[in-house]
Design a protein around this ligand. Structure first.
Ligand code: GLP
Length: 246
């Protein structure tokens, strides 16, 4: 695990975008795993800037997103499909047919999950996966105490995640209670992983994920077992690591 300390959110976003820039430059038809949440928005902005400067071509890139809320259509502005379209896909030359997000409206969630795994396999696997992290250590929507051995599946969101995500909805009651998410096993199958985190609220969980025991209690701790993970954190998110290293 490589840990890169960035100065601030802007610097973290620039460094993360730079890594994806290199990946897509080296392999134009890369399969990129994407994440939602507030953390990656700056990274997507930097990638759009690179595209606008004619430095980056997404025409052959394929993407697979980590997760989607159950019950929301892609047109709903709280859905992760909508988030991806408005924060990235609408602004670059990617073919939307090459962008994939689980279908939150699928009537058979198990079948949708199986098909999502098949899709990832048919694309040749994920070359580079971007991750944010929840304050309880969740990656994608893999909540604490689920097992590491799962592929894409329907997950029950914990109360703390529902609370944390209420800010994007009109009220807590509107936050979906379940989601379809790549499992830890799917994420671990990516050839390279880049995890980004900023802000003091993420400091303890970043320390636990990178240096604590490897346990389903902290889903992101599974990443310690992956051979190619880069963690980019701003100074605030690095605080607990810095304090313990003193
Ligand atoms: C959601 C997403 C995660 C994301 C997390 C953190 O729960 N499913 O993929 O990492 O939020 O969000 P934020 O970046 O807003 O802190």
């Amino acid at each position: 695990m490589k840990i890169i300390k960035a100065k601030d959110y802007n610097d973290m976003s620039k460094k993360a975008a730079g890594i994806f820039f290199s990946q897509i430059t080296l392999k134009q038809d890369s399969v990129i795993g994407l994440a939602t949440g507030s953390t990656p928005i700056g990274t997507y902005k930097k990638l759009i800037e690179m595209y606008n400067a004619n430095d980056l071509d997404f025409s052959e890139v394929k993407t697979v997103n980590l997760d989607e809320y159950v019950g929301l259509s892609g047109e709903s502005d709280q859905s992760y499909r909508y988030f991806m379209n408005s924060n990235l896909f609408n602004h670059i030359n990617i073919d939307k047919a090459n962008t994939h997000v689980p279908n939150g409206l699928a009537s058979d969630k198990e079948l949708e999950s199986e098909n999502y795994e098949k899709l990832i396999k048919s694309l040749g696997g994920i070359d580079m996966q971007l991750l944010g992290i929840g304050t309880n250590g969740h990656i994608g929507f893999n909540e604490p105490n689920d097992c590491f051995d799962k592929y894409t599946h329907e997950v029950n969101l914990t109360e703390s995640t529902i609370k944390a995500n209420t800010r994007f909805f009109a009220s807590e009651a509107d936050v979906p209670k379940t989601a379809i998410s790549m499992g830890i096993k799917t994420i671990m199958g990516a050839k390279k992983i880049v995890l980004i985190a900023n802000g003091s609220a993420k400091a303890d969980i970043i320390y636990d994920s990178c240096f604590g025991p490897i346990t389903p209690n902290v889903p992101a701790s599974a990443l310690q077992l992956h051979p190619d993970v880069t963690v980019i954190v701003d100074e605030e998110a690095y605080a607990t690591i810095a304090a313990k290293l003193k």
